[in-house]
Design a protein around this ligand. Sequence first.
Ligand code: NDP
Length: 250
Amino acid sequence: MTNYNLSGKVALVTGGSRGIGRSIVLSLAHSGADVVFTYRSKVDEANALVVELIAMGRRAAAFQSDAANSAQSNEVVQNVIKDFGRIDILVNNAGITKDGLLMRMSEQDWDDVVNTNLKSVFNFTKAVCRQMMSQQSGKIINISSIVGVIGNAGQANYVASKAGVIGFTKSIAKELASRNIQANCIAPGFIETDMTEKLNEKQKEAILTVIPQKRLARPEEVAAVVCFLASADSNYITGQTINVDGGMAM
Ligand code: NDP
C-alpha cells in the first residue's frame, strides 16, 4: 500500500467497480481520500465496494452511469459537488475493448469503443474543470494504454481511443497549468483483470514474449502510480504519460 497523504481530498473515479478502477478506488481511500466512483452495470459489486469504503472510515458513493453519455456524466459531477463539496482528483479509468481486424470492424464497434474510452474523458474532464479552477488546484489522471503508444494489430478502435487520450491530456495540461491543475496519463501494459482474462492461452503466451519482466502486472501496481500522481509529490509533473508496462515500450 502507498504512503501518500490524500486526507481531506475528494476523488472521482470512472469505472471503479472492478479491475484496475476498483484497485484505484481502494488505494485512494487507503491514502485518506473520500471516493466516489461510477460503473455501468454490475450493481452488486459497486454496492459491496461502497460498504468496504465506508468501513474504512471514508465518505463514499457509487453512481450507475454511462461515461460515454455527457448528460449523465455532468449529472454525476454535479452530484459529487453537491454532496461532497469539492472535487480534487479525477481518474478517467472507464474503458472497454471490442477487438477485430480493421477489415472486419463494424462502425458500431468503432463508435462504442471511442465513445466509452475517449469521449468519456472529454465528458468528465470538462465537467470537473470549472470546479477545479475555482479551487485553484486539481489532479486529472487518465488511464490510457501502452498500445496507445506503440499500436496493436486487431485493436484500431481501442488504440485510436487510447492515443487520443494521450493527446487530449497534453492539450488540457497546457490549458490548465496556470490554474495549478496537473493532468497526466498512465499507460498500463497487460494487467490481470477481466479485460485480459478474455485472452486465450496462445494470446497470453505471445504477450509474455514481448514483456521484458515476463509477467502481467497486478492492478495495485497501476493504482500506486495513480496515488503518486494524485499527491502533492507530483506537483511539477504535467502532460506526461507514465508507462506501467514491465518494460514493453522502450
Ligand atoms: P475491466 O473490464 O476489468 O473493468 C472496467 C470497468 O469500467 C468496470 O468497472 C465497468 O463497470 C466500467 N465501465 C465499462 N464501461 C463503462 C461505461 N460506459 N461507463 C462507466 N463505466 C464503465 O477493465 P480494466 O480494469 O482491465 O481496465 C480499466 C482501464 O484500464 C480501461 O480504461 C482499460 O482500457 C485500461 N487498460 C487496461 C489494461 C489491462 O490489461 N487490463 C491495459 C491497459 C489499459 P461494470 O463493472 O459495471 O461493467
